[in-house]
Design a protein around this ligand. Structure first.
Ligand code: MIC
Ligand code: SF4
Length: 649
């Protein structure tokens, strides 16, 4: 007998996409869900490791719908290393059926939005700002390179069963206020920690007032909240954007059902928003532009994957039209893609920017990651990118403030922080047609098929990926470093000038924790020589920021077996597990005070603890404390094997 079909619960956008991709776990029941990944992206700084790991999986070609390998981080090419990496990446792409985006084409997230992103699809990228794709209605998630390798091989990706937080947008922004101010408002409310495992979904009447690049600015910087991802619905605005990109057929409508529930709702009245900025040294340190007005500024940097769309740079040009930047300020602009540059060339904006005295940089990450235009000692630098961690600009003493393109442009004219609403420019309408030129995307015709017989080019900078060892029965270790709260992956594995060693773990490992303790590498090596493993002790929110798996891989190479922290951020925690390092959380945070750098630590039943409920007893001097690694069965298996790669072998 037929039973009446159970009425489906109303669902939000995130639930709809996740449900359509679910391959493991039951929402509302299991703590972890496995999802199918449609698209993957890598960038060069994380890509070489991702592909080395993919190669070692012995899969003849990629198995997901689309894999794109972008080159945008290490484009400076001082020395042979970066160029060698690019050749390696190009040859891997050709062989395995991956689309290759050459250096100069643009920044991965901007390009992916323009040319490949599709509403309703899942995207996994080896970069923490992959959630930019949420602006076009994707579930787009940042992860470590090895997770991308697994997804390219057709494997599932695992996320903590998400709590979906609703951000209800109402009203319309005043001129001079823009998407950056929206996400800074959200960061003001939720901060950069405590949001692990959540998905932020934007809804409400205000959504329709935001074009796709603005939505992407918001989801991009959602990464700074520490969430799994952020997502917008796919509506008429999305359709218009895709049609203007010549991709109307990629559009599907996606909206939350009436009555869809959110774990929590926060309302932002766009009409009441004022220009905001994130003060040094955290994207969650929000102040108003009004409060900072008049502060002397030495440098202004415009671009990065957060704010480098045509809309953003055209807006800057409108502010600077017929004017010149102040004599005592340097202004650098990096566009997100060639498409953006050619539009700015066609409408005269480039000429405006050049005449105004701006320095035009390559379409790449560059300044955002301290790989170009580091400010002078003690400078105040206003930047439109997404992170202002201490030293990330390449200058430790610099004071970096994160601002909208509007605030950046208005301030460039006087060399002081200015309120852009006082001299607003007309809104830039969403283009009816974007110029399309995919010539710098190689191997599109052989995507998913690959070219048999392609030889992989390996310069001397391409080293082997080290493999982890099974978890020992007993831990006999030394505390190699004790750090405080909010340690970012930039502290653990510095970028900037060090980035070029990313394909060479023994070399890059020399710089682990360089900004905190330049002797970390030597201490770890000495401990290993003396028969000790290494342990990292940390405060709250350890491993904030990037998806950089090197922040786990290089410590693993240095004999680190465990991190004991008050809390650990999502991507970094997953990376630790992928490389066989146990992510312990203090049962009582006060135990943190018991530990000092250099102290001896032992865990007599380490393996047994992981095989059990994850609770382990740590002995330090005459005292002891407990810490727990709460692991899913899958994660437990990885740790016991010595990491994901070791488990595959
Ligand atoms: C960043 O913005 O910190 C980076 C550099 O893009 C990183 C990736 C990396 O470390 O290569 C990220 O965001 O994941
Ligand atoms: Fe590149 Fe900066 Fe974006 Fe990271 S945040 S992908 S370094 S532009």
């Amino acid at each position: 007998m037929k039973t009446a079909k159970a009425k489906k619960q109303p669902r939000n956008v995130a639930e709809k996409i996740l449900e359509a991709h679910l391959v493991e776990g039951t929402p509302g029941v299991d703590p972890e869900l496995g999802i199918r990944i449609d698209q993957t992206l890598t960038q060069d700084a994380t890509g070489t490791m991702a592909y080395l790991q993919f190669e070692s999986m012995d899969v003849p070609r990629v198995r997901n719908e689309l894999a794109v390998s972008y080159v945008d981080h290490n484009t400076v090419q001082i020395g042979f290393e970066n160029a060698d990496d690019h050749d390696f990446l190009a040859s891997v792409a050709k062989k395995y059926g991956i689309v290759y985006s050459k250096a100069g084409n643009g920044i991965c997230h901007q390009l992916h939005l323009e040319r490949f992103g599709k509403p309703g699809k899942t995207l996994l990228g080896s970069d923490s700002h992959t959630p930019t794709g949420g602006g076009i209605g994707m579930i787009a998630i940042g992860a470590g390179g090895i997770d991308i390798a697994v997804a390219m091989a057709g494997g599932a990706f695992h996320i903590p069963a998400p709590k979906v937080v609703g951000i209800r947008l109402v009203g319309r922004m005043r001129r001079g206020v823009s998407a950056k101010d929206v996400i800074l408002k959200v960061l003001e409310k939720f901060g950069t920690k405590g949001n692990v495992g959540k998905i932020f979904e934007y809804f409400g009447p205000g959504v329709a007032t935001l074009d796709v690049p603005s939505r992407a600015t918001i989801t991009n910087m959602g990464a700074e909240l520490g969430v799994t991802t952020s997502v917008f619905p796919s509506d008429k605005v999305t359709r218009q954007f895709l049609a203007a990109q010549g991709r109307a057929s990629d559009w599907v409508e996606l909206k939350a059902d009436t009555g869809a529930k959110y774990a929590e709702v926060f309302e932002v009245d766009l009409s009441k928003l004022e220009p905001l900025m994130a003060a040094p040294h955290s994207p969650g340190n929000i102040v108003t532009v009004k409060k900072m007005k008049g502060t002397r500024v030495n440098q202004i940097m415009i671009g990065s994957c957060t704010n480098s769309s045509y809309r953003d740079i055209r807006t800057v040009a409108l502010y600077l039209k017929g004017k010149h930047v102040a004599d005592d300020v340097e202004v650098g602009i990096a566009c997100g893609s060639r498409q953006v540059v050619s539009m700015l060339a066609a409408d005269g904006s480039l000429e405006i920017l050049v005449k105004a005295g701006c320095r035009l940089l390559e379409n790449a990450c560059g300044f955002c990651i301290g790989a170009h235009m580091s400010p002078r000692t003690g400078a105040v630098s206003l930047r439109t990118n997404n992170r202002n961690f201490e030293g990330r600009s390449g200058t430790k003493s610099a004071q970096v403030y994160l601002v909208s393109p509007e605030t950046a442009a208005a301030s460039a004219l006087t060399g002081r922080v200015e309120d852009p609403t006082k001299s607003p420019v007309p809104a830039v309408p969403a283009p009816k047609k974007f110029p399309i030129d995919d010539a710098m995307f190689l191997y599109r015709k052989t995507a998913r098929k690959g070219v048999k017989g392609t030889e992989i080019v390996r310069g001397p900078n391409i080293a082997q990926v080290p493999k982890g060892q099974p978890l020992p029965e007993v831990l006999r270790a030394k505390c190699a470093i004790k750090v405080g709260d909010k340690i970012t992956t930039d502290h653990i594995m510095p970028a900037g000038a060090r980035l070029k060693f990313r394909s060479n773990v023994p070399e890059y490992a020399k710089f682990v924790f360089e900004p905190c303790d330049a002797k970390f590498h030597d201490k770890c090596m000495a401990n290993v020589k003396d028969g000790f493993a290494n342990v990292i002790v940390a405060g709250e929110s350890y491993g904030q920021g990037s998806s950089r798996e090197h922040a786990a891989l290089c410590p693993m190479y240095l004999g680190v077996k465990a991190v004991v922290a008050k809390s650990i951020e999502r991507i970094h925690r997953a990376n630790l597990i992928n490389f066989g390092i146990v992510p312990f959380i203090f049962d009582d945070p006060k135990a943190y005070d018991m530990l000092e750098a250099g102290c001896e630590i032992s865990v007599p039943g380490l393996r047994a603890a992981i095989e059990g409920d994850g609770k382990a007893e740590f002995k330090v001097g005459g005292k002891s404390f407990t810490a727990t690694a709460t692991l899913s069965d899958r994660e437990r298996h990885l740790i016991l094997c010595g990491g994901l790669l070791a488990s595959l072998k």
